[in-house]
Structures are given as structure tokens and as C-alpha cells.
Design a protein around this ligand. Structure first.
Ligand SMILES: [Zn+2]
Length: 121
């Protein structure tokens, strides 16, 4: 860059007015350039931490998803089987045997969650 240039500028870090010798100079001194660099790095870190926190909060929200099997009061046979951790055939057999009460809704059978919880009482 030409050293004949004298460009009046304001330091992006400290806000002091200074004369730049190149068009790309943003800071009044090396110290400001270094401090600005450090501040940017720090901001990037803060930003990353922030995004991580937001991501974690999203995951927590997902845990409270009302559609999650754990939060439903009425379950399909498949969901009931997922809740207990058995196959849906086991659930269907229990319904046929009358050990588990299920109400037909169209082609599906719906099991009330408390019916399942009752099995353990
Ligand atoms: Zn400065």
C-alpha cells in the first residue's frame, strides 16, 4: 500500500480518530487491532455457548412434547407397547384376554394410560 495515503478514520475498537495509511486499516494501533481480535474471538465463543444453550433448551422442550408417549393420556396399541417396552402383540393379547381394557375407535384400539398404570398396582 502507498504510504502517501492519509485517510481520516475512526478506530473500530476505541473510537478514537486517527489517520490511516491504508484503506483497509480499521484500528488506530496494533493494540486496538489485537484487542478487537480478542473481543471478536470472545464474542464467537459466547455466541457458540449461546447457540449450545438454545439447542439444549430445544431438547428439553422436546422432552415435554405433548405428543410424546410419556405425556399422553390415551394411547394406541403401538404406543402402549412402546410405553411398557413390549411388542404390540403382547398388548393385543392382553386386550383379548381382558387383562387390559381398550376402547375401539374406528379401526384402532385406544388404551387409557391409567389402565396400563393399573396393571402395576
Ligand atoms: Zn483504537
Amino acid at each position: 500500500m502507498s504510504s502517501n495515503l492519509y485517510i481520516p478514520k475512526t478506530c473500530k475498537h476505541c473510537g478514537n480518530a486517527f489517520t490511516a495509511r491504508t484503506t483497509v486499516t480499521k484500528y488506530c494501533s496494533d493494540i486496538c487491532a489485537k484487542r478487537a481480535y480478542k473481543a471478536r474471538k470472545r464474542n464467537e465463543k459466547v455466541q457458540a455457548t449461546l447457540e449450545e444453550t438454545i439447542q439444549q433448551q430445544k431438547e428439553i422442550v422436546n422432552d415435554y412434547n405433548p405428543n410424546a408417549v410419556n405425556n399422553k393420556d390415551f394411547l394406541s396399541v403401538t404406543e402402549a407397547s412402546q410405553l411398557i417396552g413390549v411388542s404390540r402383540w403382547t398388548i393385543q393379547r392382553m386386550i383379548q384376554q381382558g387383562r387390559l381394557k381398550a376402547v375401539p375407535f374406528g379401526r384402532k384400539h385406544i388404551v387409557a394410560r391409567w389402565q396400563i398404570e393399573n396393571l402395576f398396582n
